[in-house]
Design a protein around this ligand. Structure first.
Ligand SMILES: [Zn+2]
Length: 258
């Protein structure tokens, strides 16, 4: 029991730190700024942020959400993304039975890319190739390591199937209905399929379901006219996360219906 809590704390704190990186990546990658230099700075007074003012969540609370130098308000988005990353990492660890299984690394990698892509897509309505292109071979390599560790070649074959299940139909949709679906969405779906295998079907179903419900809700609330687009990336991310967590249970439920 003791080491379970210890392991959870490590994974949660690691998630907070990665969440801090997610914020940097979501801001810098679309701007074409290097991830590693310069160090984090205040967008208003340009002063560098000291390491002790850059501790996930804690610094935001201690500074009451303001820049130490100029008092500029820091967006709530930053601690929110950090907290989400910490909690999602913890959820993935719990799903693996609080054990250090080979799947942990690829699953945490998946969560990280989903957070970065969702943050960028919500703000800018794009899914940058600069994130997705390197992530696809990295994801395949990580699942390859899992296949080796388990001595099970089916794992990598399922990853390739998932990649095709995600990428091919959405790629065709993006070609035929470019207003409804972007090629970035298709690439993201190819990426998530690597980790989900055949559960990618569940992920796509949940993405389309939640995406349409959100679209209808926004129209009803008068927040959106029928022509404006809402980014689909965050719904693909949500579907992938739910399928990763509950995919098997959802399948069992579905089969129970017939
Ligand atoms: Zn400042």
């Amino acid at each position: 029991m003791g080491w379970k809590i210890y392991g959870s704390a490590i994974v949660f704190l690691f998630g907070l730190a990665v969440g801090s990186f997610d914020n940097v990546a979501a801001y810098r990658i679309p701007e074409g700024i290097s991830l590693w230099s310069p160090r984090s700075f205040c967008p208003r007074c340009q002063s560098q942020i000291a390491w002790y003012d850059n501790i996930p969540i804690l610094s935001f609370v201690l500074l009451r959400g303001r820049c130490r130098r100029c008092g500029e308000a820091i967006s709530f988005r930053y601690p929110l993304v950090e907290l989400a990353s910490g909690l999602l990492f913890l959820t993935v660890f719990a799903r693996l039975g609080f054990e250090w299984r080979a799947e942990l690394v690829p699953h945490l990698f998946l969560i990280t890319i989903l957070i970065i892509v969702s943050a960028i897509d919500l703000q800018r309505q794009i899914i940058p190739n600069r994130v997705i292109y390197p992530s696809i071979p990295l994801g395949l390599a990580a699942m390859g390591v899992v296949a080796l560790a388990r001595g099970d070649v089916w794992i990598i074959l399922r990853s390739l199937a998932g990649l095709a299940i995600g990428g091919v139909p959405l790629g065709l949709l993006a070609l035929l209905l470019p207003r409804g679906m972007g090629m970035g969405d298709a690439k993201l779906a190819a990426f998530t399929g690597i980790f989900l295998g055949f559960q990618q079907l569940t992920a796509l179903f949940l993405a389309f379901l939640t995406g349409s419900l959100a679209g209808i809700a926004l129209i009803v609330a008068g927040r959106r006219d029928r022509k404006s687009r809402i980014p689909f990336g965050p719904f693909l991310a949500l579907g992938a996360f739910l399928a990763l967590m509950f995919g098997e249970r959802i399948w069992a439920l579905y089969r129970g219906l017939f």
